[in-house]
Design a protein around this ligand. Structure first.
Ligand code: NDP
Length: 262
């Protein structure tokens, strides 16, 4: 097989969680261009409808479902439904995530739990739901959307960093436990990406200056810019494709070089 053929996702079914917009949407778009059939879920019907409208506008025949990925019963039902209506999932992207920027000592235990629930427990729940069919099918690709915070701590993101650090280790564990079944589980660690999640960090200040964090990011990123959601598409296609069949248990940081610099 030629090298370009190895990147071809034709005939593969990709489930991407939280992919109505933002990074998940950009990854879905990239995988569609590489040939995959796109299935996504989001927590609210209005998000799914908005996502479906965007996919349609981009000429992508995607299927969208409402699912709270922290709810194990809903996830099990979702996977059964996808298998019945579309087919067995070849590629899972655990993308849905939340962040709460609150100093640790001001954060309630419930707020901490909510973040860990979406950013760590949900990838466990969804992976657990798809792996048995991947084993039967003889292959599978799982991509966990981690973060630079899988490696670093920073003020106000204790729950997020704890969850994304845990997600890095879940990635390694899935690799160790299911690699023998030809399942590859890798992570992508986005740097600072311009999406609604990070919009507050780019707000222009009352005096017209740029947000201090915005200035910090630009000054510390060798690429000297925020990432775009589309920057994640190529790495995700690579990790979903046969081109990465011997890559397992790793986190690919897509960060404009900032981790190497700070
Ligand atoms: P967005 O908030 O733009 O998109 C995430 C989507 O997931 C939203 O639609 C969100 O809905 C949905 N979601 C939240 N909770 C659930 C749930 N329980 N069940 C189903 N769907 C849910 O995020 P981004 O595109 O910015 O980020 C995508 C991933 O990338 C996340 O895991 C994030 O942590 C990670 N990341 C992002 C970075 C960035 O700079 N943007 C940097 C590093 C990592 P709702 O809007 O209601 O929350």
């Amino acid at each position: 097989m030629g090298i370009l053929e190895k990147f071809d996702l034709t005939g593969k079914i990709a489930l991407i969680t939280g992919a109505s917009y933002g990074i998940g949407y950009a990854i879905a778009k990239g995988m569609h261009e590489a040939g995959a059939k796109i299935v996504f879920c989001d927590i609210k019907q209005e998000f799914v409808d908005r996502g479906l409208a965007s996919y349609e506008q981009d000429g992508i025949d995607a299927k969208g479902y409402v699912c709270d990925v922290t709810n194990e019963q809903m996830v099990q039902e979702l996977v059964k439904k996808i298998e019945a209506e579309v087919g067995v999932i070849d590629i899972l992207v655990n993308n849905a995530g939340i962040i709460k920027r609150i100093p640790m000592c001001d954060m309630t235990a419930e707020e901490f739990r909510q973040v860990v629930d979406v950013d760590l427990n949900a990838p466990f729940i969804v992976s657990k739901a798809v792996i048995p069919s991947m084993i039967k099918k003889g292959h599978g690709k799982i991509i966990n959307i981690c973060s630079m915070m899988s490696e670093l701590g920073r003020e106000t993101v204790s729950a997020y960093a704890a969850a994304k650090g845990g997600l890095k280790m879940l990635t390694r564990n899935i690799c160790s436990e299911y690699g023998e079944y030809n399942i590859q589980c890798n992570g992508i660690g986005p740097g600072y990406i311009a999406t609604p999640q990070t919009a507050p960090l780019r707000e222009i200040q009352p005096d017209g200056s740029r947000h201090p964090f915005d200035q910090f990011i630009i000054s510390k990123t060798p690429a000297a810019r925020w990432g775009e959601a589309s920057d994640l598409a190529g790495p995700a296609v690579f990790l979903a494709s046969e081109a990465s069949d011997f890559v397992n248990g790793h986190i690919l940081y897509v960060d404009g070089g900032i981790l190497a610099y700070i």
